[in-house]
Design a protein around this ligand. Sequence first.
Ligand code: UFG
Length: 343
Amino acid sequence: MKSKIIVTGGCGYIGSHTVIELIENDFEVVILDDLSNSTEKTLERIHKVTGVTPAFANIDLKNETETNKVFVAHNDAKGVIHFAAHKAVGESVQEPIKYYKNNFYSLLNSLEAQSKNGINNFIFSSSATVYGTPETLPITEKNETQRPFSPYGNTKKIAEEILDDFTKSNEAFSAISLRYFNPIGAHSSGEIGELPSGIPNNLMPYITQIAAGVRDKLMVYGNDYPTKDGTPIRDYIHVVDLAKAHVIAIKRLLKNDQEKSLEFFNLGTGLGYSVLDVINTFESVTNSKLNYEITDRRAGDVPCLYASTDLAKEKLGWTAERELSDMISSSWKWEQNLRNESK
Ligand code: UFG
């Protein structure tokens, strides 16, 4: 019999790629999503790629009663991968209460409902933002966490503290927190990818929308950082590599292989690329020219972030395999498919 995994936020960007990897690894998937930043059409897209339509419940996890009901209905599940959260850094600065309410109520309701139903394995979608402005690079899991700049980032840091308290209070319960660096890219089929609503906040979807003629010009936020070309450096990671790490992490918990009841892993490539590196690679991979302008720094951006990947390699046996050019070409393929669909 297939092991059942509940994926909250499974219609979203990283969630949908993870659902595909789970199905391809012979798991049965149940998606819980309120579609606040995603669409039900993702289910059809997942079917196109895998031949399977996962079970789906349109649930707002802020609602305790609804959450309890759905966990009772799926109390044969073996674990939960929790992606459901708001994630726009800028919006979280404008509307902190919305972020704290949504990201905490959904986390707390899931934890309570699942543990009541004996579902004691939990993978959390965290972020490198918990390291704040790191003092040493590459960032290892031993780096101190810091108060992140944004309320969004703070929800990730506090959620990890909640998981720490919860796993200590509940012996049966285990969790792995995966700290993502900068996920970009799309499924190689071109069927699944990032679907930003409105103006994208992040670099890659902005770039592909410019190349597709949807937007006019990229603002490069500052070229006076202490980096090789003055633009900030990030560790971009292919979303499919990231999705595969989730499957490995949930298998680790199902096999009871974890060394502690709460573990943390960085998910990155260990390589840092500047904004100009990304622009130049995009131009050469797609043989196009991007319209961009250097402008002021964006509040809260740190100069340089890249991961140490040693721990994930040692304990999970996972390393990212896909290069920046794959990330860019798959993002571009997805963007072109989206534009063709909307014609
Ligand atoms: N950038 C631009 N112009 C844009 C968008 C981004 O120059 O229009 C630059 C940013 O200044 C930054 C780089 O591109 O230097 C990457 O920016 P992103 O917004 O794509 O990613 P961030 O590193 O700011 O944020 C990401 C995730 C967050 C997470 C954070 C953790 O999106 O969820 O990493 O460090 F909190």
